[in-house]
Design a protein around this ligand. Structure first.
Ligand code: TXA
Ligand code: MG
Length: 323
């Protein structure tokens, strides 16, 4: 049975005990809610894949409370140190080679010789991880192919009773998954756009490379990853009859039962925080499709457009209507 609990000390102590005992706990981070388990426990990690119904070749992020804890798991580099100094704790994940003595289950790396590590900014998350005393493997707390949850109620509807506890820490402030940077060769590479904008990272790293062709880099980039049940029609100014409208900016119809506005002020950070919740709100059977107004490509707009086009691709067979 799953218990939904407010993020208070007593609940966090119980949740940490669940984690140490190999059970799964869903918890808030500043990006999205995570489905966490002891990363050093193979059985627990397998349970995460089971509950997610996620193909096993998709590696997981290992969450730790401090940079020192991260650098104990992977082969640390100067560039990793500079990025951690600038952006941790925060919505940034670094992929580095596993250390030979890395205690994290190989299943977390899904067969790769690298490990993704992140120190989340959310204090409830860091408090929980410190109390557990183990690195916490945590994908977003949704079933594979569904939208990432950004509030505790989303997690309840996604996971039902499949976690020992769900910690309610309120809505996620960033609302997009972390940006994933690969540090496996001389060039830092953008493996997944996310809650920390490319330009912000490039101020530290210089121009980011693309994923290396022909390599398994970030399988989470599969097209099916972000998929509402309704087809999306992107970059349109208005909804057709029967469609819902996901709007952006001041030149949009007022919000109502069929209209949500990612940010009436045109603020991309606000839009990112609202994206998954509003897509969920509009992904209802009474609509034939979700029409989406254009979102600018700069800043967090890159990640927002990335998510939207993946969702649109996933719905292609029914959504290819060019009007
Ligand atoms: O914001 C987030 O990142 C959330 C919260 C819970 O931290 N987690 C999350 O996890 O989005 P998940 O499992 O849904 O996505 C993990 C991403 C995927 O794109 C995966 O392919 C990539 O990280 N990844 C993990 N380990 C990797 C590795 N060793 N090499 C390349 N990519 C890796
Ligand atoms: Mg995910």
């Amino acid at each position: 049975m799953t218990t939904l609990r407010k993020a208070e000390p007593a609940a966090l102590a119980e949740a940490a005990a669940h984690l140490r005992a190999g059970r799964l706990v869903a918890f808030p981070t500043e990006t999205v809610y995570g489905l966490g388990g002891d990363a050093t426990n193979d059985r627990t990690v397998a349970d995460i894949f089971r509950v997610k119904r996620r193909p096993q070749f998709n590696p997981l992020i290992c969450h730790v409370a401090t940079t020192a804890d991260a650098s104990a798991l992977v082969v640390w580099t100067d560039m990793a140190g500079r990025l951690a100094e600038a952006f941790w704790p925060g919505p940034l994940t670094l992929v580095l080679p596993r250390r030979a003595d890395c205690p994290v289950s190989l299943l977390v790396s899904a067969g790769l010789d690298s490990l993704a590590v992140r120190v989340p900014a959310n204090e409830v998350a860091r408090d929980l991880i410190s109390r557990a005393g183990v690195p916490v493997a945590a994908p977003s707390a949704n079933r594979s192919g569904h939208l990432s949850p950004t509030q505790a109620a989303d997690v309840v509807s996604e996971l039902g009773s499949d976690a020992a506890m769900i910690i309610d820490g309120g809505p996620c402030t960033v609302g997009l998954e972390s940006t994933v940077i690969g540090l496996l060769d001389e060039t830092p590479r953008l493996l997944r756009p996310g809650g920390l904008a490319r330009a912000t990272i490039e101020a530290v790293t210089g121009p980011l490379g693309r994923p290396r062709p022909g390599r398994i880099t970030s399988p989470g980039m599969r097209l099916s990853h972000y998929a509402p049940a309704r087809p999306l029609r992107l970059n349109v100014q208005s909804a057709a009859p029967g469609e819902a409208l996901l709007a952006f900016g001041p030149d949009a119809p007022p919000e109502g039962p069929t209209v949500r506005n990612l940010s009436p002020a045109g603020d991309l950070t606000e839009a990112a925080a609202n994206l998954f919740r509003m897509l969920r709100d509009l992904d209802r059977p009474e609509f034939t499709a979700i029409a989406v107004m254009p979102v600018p490509l700069h800043g967090l707009g890159e990640a927002i457009n990335d998510r939207l086009s993946r969702a649109a691709e996933a719905g292609q067979p029914t959504s290819r209507r060019l009007d």
